[in-house]
Design a protein around this ligand. Structure first.
Ligand code: SF4
Length: 366
């Protein structure tokens, strides 16, 4: 083997190492210039973000960006934009009501039989459209305050004290930011609670840094079945060989992978893109199950399309594709997730009122 071969092998090994990728995330304009031709607007946006919004991009995700096209769907999801600072009168930092239903530092209990544990506020890439932008990306935000390092005991105790809870979703931030050991600590403790039947992990790692899905991680998760994994592909460009391999590894360890997509204006809200995304997911055996209407979140509202456009798009999917390729079109409200079906939508003067599974109504004002 020549010196060049050795060097190449070493570089390949580094590229496949998720810890190396995390340590080498792009966080400055200078570093970003190594990947794309950063436009003046992007530079201004990055400058404006200082002290307000975090941003970071894994080298892997950056490698998917179009060098010259500012409208590249990968770029738009990862590079800050001036629109994040625009004022939208009805935008809120927490339109989905996480804070209303928070029972402990990390546990959000919104539905009778399931809870979400916000285990961290960190992510590998800070997606510009994040619903929990206040918690993850906003430097003045965070649901935790300075308490991310608090013990998990209070959270486990709460779940153990509520026999109706049969399903725990680990979310964040991204739970896979934690080491396998820390994740195993959390999952093994949940497994000791007899009424917890299933554990779900909400993570964007298969999309943003598929190298994180290692054989060691999968072998650890397999010990605690039933484990489900929900991920978040938004565009066909994200369905790469590496992403497919990550999902395949999870399947081989008995972990089903499902996808939730956020409907994003001028990024995936046209029929050809959405069809390519959904059929692409089937090819890697990932089942699409939710298409989220983009929440009216402060700093995110510019990504929202109209409900009419979303419903029109759904008409172009239903019946035109394999049944299970078509996700449910959903909006998350303070009353929980509500499917945007004809029956639950009522047009009124300001927008829509929608009805949840209990017949309670929420107002949608955009
Ligand atoms: S990885 Fe998930 S939680 Fe983190 S910024 Fe992206 S969408 Fe938000």
């Amino acid at each position: 083997m020549t010196n060049n071969d050795n060097l190449f092998k070493h570089q390949e090994e580094l590229w496949s190492d998720w810890r190396w990728q995390i340590a080498h995330r792009i966080t400055t304009t200078e570093e970003l210039h190594n990947w794309i031709n950063v436009t003046e607007r992007e530079e201004q946006s990055i400058q404006k973000s200082v002290g307000k919004y975090r941003w970071s991009i894994t080298p892997y995700y950056a490698s998917l960006m179009d060098k010259n096209d500012e409208m590249c769907p990968i770029r738009r999801q990862a590079v800050p934009s001036l629109e994040e600072f625009e004022y939208f009168p009805n935008a809120e930092v927490d339109p989905v009501g996480d804070q209303l239903y928070r029972k402990t530092n990390r546990v959000v209990h919104k539905y009778p039989d399931r809870v979400m544990m916000l285990v961290t506020q960190s992510c590998s890439v800070y997606c510009r459209h994040c619903t929990r932008k206040y918690h993850t990306t906003d430097l003045s935000g965070s649901y935790f305050g300075d308490s991310e390092t608090l013990s998990f005991e209070e959270d486990f105790d709460y779940i153990a004290s509520q026999p109706a809870i049969r399903d725990v979703l680990l979310s964040g931030g991204d739970p896979l930011m934690y080491s396998d050991q820390k994740l195993e600590f959390i999952i093994s403790r949940l497994r000791q609670i007899p009424h917890v039947e299933i554990i779900r992990i909400g993570t964007r790692f298969p999309v943003l840094l598929p190298q994180r899905i290692t054989p060691e991680l999968c072998a650890m998760l397999e010990k605690y079945h039933p484990i489900w994994l929900n991920t978040h592909f938004n565009h066909p460009k994200e369905i790469t060989e590496e992403a497919a391999k990550a999902c395949d590894q999870l399947f081989r360890h008995g972990i089903p992978v499902q996808n939730q997509t956020v409907l994003l204006k001028d990024l995936n809200d046209d029929l050809p893109t959405m069809r390519a995304l959904l059929t692409g997911l089937l090819k890697i055996r990932v089942r699409p199950y939710y298409l989220y209407h983009c929440d009216n979140v402060t700093g995110v509202s510019h990504f929202a399309t109209t409900i009419e456009k979303g419903r029109e798009l759904m008409k172009g999917l239903l019946g035109h594709m394999t049944g299970f390729a078509v996700p449910q079109y959903i909006i998350t409200t303070k009353l929980g997730k509500i499917p945007l079906w004809e029956e639950s939508l009522h047009l009124n003067n300001d927008g829509y009122s929608i009805e949840n599974y209990e017949g309670k109504t929420a107002e949608l004002i955009f």
